[in-house]
Design a protein around this ligand. Structure first.
Ligand SMILES: Nc1ncnc2c1ncn2[C@@H]1O[C@H](COP(=O)(O)OP(=O)(O)OP(=O)(O)O)[C@@H](O)[C@H]1O
Length: 315
């Protein structure tokens, strides 16, 4: 991969109690992309972020950020990374603007009121700049955390569950902010439980489970490879079996023969085409139907399917 911004090789973390949170993770992040890391609770997402940001001591493997070994050059690496942690960690009694100034200063950067104003305005926080953080709503507090992480103009931004507990409107608003950051050239790694968020935002998606990366690919490629179409034809009269001309398709009967169900395709449109062909064949065979419901699989279906496959393999 040309010029990766982050290159993780064989990363391992075993916590003191013996929990193996990361089991040899390899992951390369491209400069300028939005990468969504998906995984169930306890999969190792926060540990992976912590190891990259120098908050967790890895027990094996290497991490290079900006071409630098993160252990040897931790100070420089950290100054070029922004982290929005899952938990709200800030002085709740302080004013918004003071905390943003403070975050910038922490990385040794000179004060820059114009930049701070820009960050606050971009997150619609300018009007709240003199409010005490504890007085803000949960969603606004989260924006303050993002503003803090942006105050030193990081090249690489980690967002750990950025929209957890945020209402739908604010979530969409945040997605726009994240998009604007990408437009500025910031590389973004986000972890999320909202798969819709990954589907909406990400260029590439990685799935992690029990400390292992199961899949990394372009979001569109994942949808194309693992996506599928499902169609339900509601028949006027029950069929005893699938008629021979339809047997070459991925169809079966449900509901005592009253519903013909198709499940197939690959997310590239092949499924929709086959559903259209099936409709024609049913008409040709004079099999009357009074409804077709079709549904394209979402990233969520694919994700749940992947984890289920793993459980079956492990069982
Ligand atoms: N400080 C710690 N000491 C011991 N075990 C830990 C510690 N932090 C995390 N773990 C364990 O490591 C595993 C991975 O946790 P991690 O927080 O990285 O997962 P996650 O994918 O971020 O989960 P979530 O989505 O719930 O935040 C879990 O089994 C967790 O209990």
């Amino acid at each position: 991969m040309p010029d990766p911004i982050l290159d993780i090789r064989g990363l391992e973390k075993t916590y003191k109690g013996g929990v193996q949170a990361l089991k040899g993770v390899d992951l390369t992040i491209r400069r300028g992309e939005i990468f969504a890391l998906l995984g169930p609770n306890g999969a190792g997402k926060t540990t992976l972020i912590g190891a990259t940001c120098g908050l967790v001591n890895a027990t094996g493997g290497t991490i290079e950020a900006f071409g630098l070994d993160t252990r040897k050059h931790w100070r420089e690496v950290r100054s070029r990374i922004g982290l929005v942690p899952q938990e709200l960690a800030t002085d709740m009694f302080d004013k918004v603007i003071r905390q943003i100034r403070y975050s910038r200063g922490m990385f040794g950067l000179a004060p820059d009121e114009a930049r701070i104003e820009e960050v606050l305005r971009s997150l619609s926080l300018w009007d709240k700049r003199d409010a005490a953080i504890r007085e803000l709503s949960g969603g606004m507090k989260r924006r303050v955390m993002i503003a803090k992480a942006l105050a030193h103009d990081p090249e690489l931004l980690f967002l750990d569950e950025p929209t957890a507990g945020v209402d739908v409107e604010l979530r969409r608003d945040m997605w726009r902010q994240i998009d604007a950051l990408r437009a500025r050239g910031t590389t973004i790694i986000l972890t999320t439980h909202y798969i819709e968020e990954a589907q909406e935002m990400a260029d590439r998606v990685g799935v992690i489970n029990k400390g292992e990366i199961l899949l990394v690919d372009d979001k569109d490629a994942i949808m194309a490879k693992l996506g599928s179409t499902e169609a339900h034809f509601t028949l006027d009269s029950a069929l005893a079996e699938v008629p021979a001309p339809l047997s070459g398709y991925a169809v079966h009967l449900e509901d005592e023969g009253k519903r013909l169900v198709y499940r197939g395709g690959d997310g590239t449109g092949a499924g929709k085409r086959e559903v259209a062909e099936l409709a024609c064949l049913l008409v040709q065979q004079q099999i009357a139907f009074n409804g077709i419901e079709t549904r394209e699989s979402t990233l969520e279906d694919i994700f749940v399917g992947l984890l289920e496959d793993r459980q079956e393999v492990a069982a």
